[in-house]
Design a protein. Structure first.
Length: 284
């Protein structure tokens, strides 16, 4: 389930939080926030399990993955699939507290989680569908154009950081015939990652313009662009350890964009009133 490597959780969580905060105009309910945070944790774990199940016969041929439990035969295929089912069921129980549109989108998300690991057998681009429209569906009961723009931005961002990650396994993948964007892009990988990053930021700027956001949002975007520049610096020599650091650095990129979105909706007066109410209750 990779709970010892939470960066994958964060990379899925940030886009969901971007979408939820925008859909709720900065004031999502505590329960809905809980549903999405726990849902991301559960589905990321389920995704790791089904990925290892699909790759159980090739993981032992890749240096980075040869010690995974299924690859080493430490757990059974049936046990893995049972745990996958329990995690999906738990996530569905959370989503069932929302509405029919969100439940329908969650079914698509589960299907994509199952299909995702097998795409590498047939395509160079195995990036998963990241269902941020669910946040809008749960909060507003509809999926507006801005939700699809956030989804496009998320897929672009995921393609960039997945390629950085795939650069680590490129030599092993070539030997065993597994495809990836790192293999597809070849020697142009760094340039293409840069182009994808620029397209991602252009999409984020369009989102900000469409929502008539102010300086906090754009400050977050500017800081995030700085992180992208640092990632390009890290992958410049295609060193495996630095490519992994570049991949993990995307957690900070996603977080700073979220901080910018939160700042966009920040109301100091409301915060002051809330603190006064808390103090009054304590004194009472």
């Amino acid at each position: 389930m990779r709970f010892d490597r939470p960066v994958g959780i964060y990379l899925l969580l940030w886009p969901a939080m971007w979408a939820l905060w925008i859909a709720a105009e900065g004031n999502p309910s505590t329960w809905l926030t809980t549903v999405f945070v726990l849902g991301v944790v559960l589905m990321r774990a389920a995704g790791c399990i089904i990925n290892d199940y699909a790759d159980r016969d090739i993981d032992d041929k890749v240096e980075r993955t040869k010690y995974r439990p299924l690859a080493m035969g430490l757990i059974s295929k049936r046990g893995a699939l049972t745990l996958f089912g329990l995690l999906c069921l738990s996530a569905f129980m959370l989503v069932s507290t929302t509405n029919l549109l969100t439940i329908g989108l969650s079914a698509i998300a589960v299907l994509m989680a199952i299909v995702y690991p097998y795409l590498k057998r047939h395509t160079f681009i195995p990036q998963a569908f990241l269902a941020v429209p669910m946040a809008f569906a749960a909060q507003t009961g509809e999926v507006p154009i801005v939700a699809w723009l956030i989804l496009i931005a998320t897929v672009l961002w995921a393609t960039a950081y997945d390629t950085m990650y795939a650069m680590i396994d490129r030599e092993d993948d070539l030997k065993i015939g597994v495809k990836s964007t790192a293999i597809l892009f070849g020697d142009a990988d760094k340039v293409i990652i840069g182009m994808i990053q620029m397209t991602f930021f252009l999409t984020m700027l369009i989102i900000g313009s469409r929502l008539q956001f102010d300086w906090p949002y754009y400050a977050g975007i500017t800081a995030a662009a700085g992180f992208s520049g640092y990632q390009q610096f890290l992958i410049r020599d295609r060193d495996k350890d630095r490519c992994l650091r570049a991949f993990a650095n995307n957690n900070l990129l996603g977080a700073i964009i979220f901080i910018g979105i939160v700042g966009e909706y920040w109301d100091p007066n409301l915060f002051s009133q809330s603190m006064q109410a808390i103090l009054s209750n304590l004194q009472g």
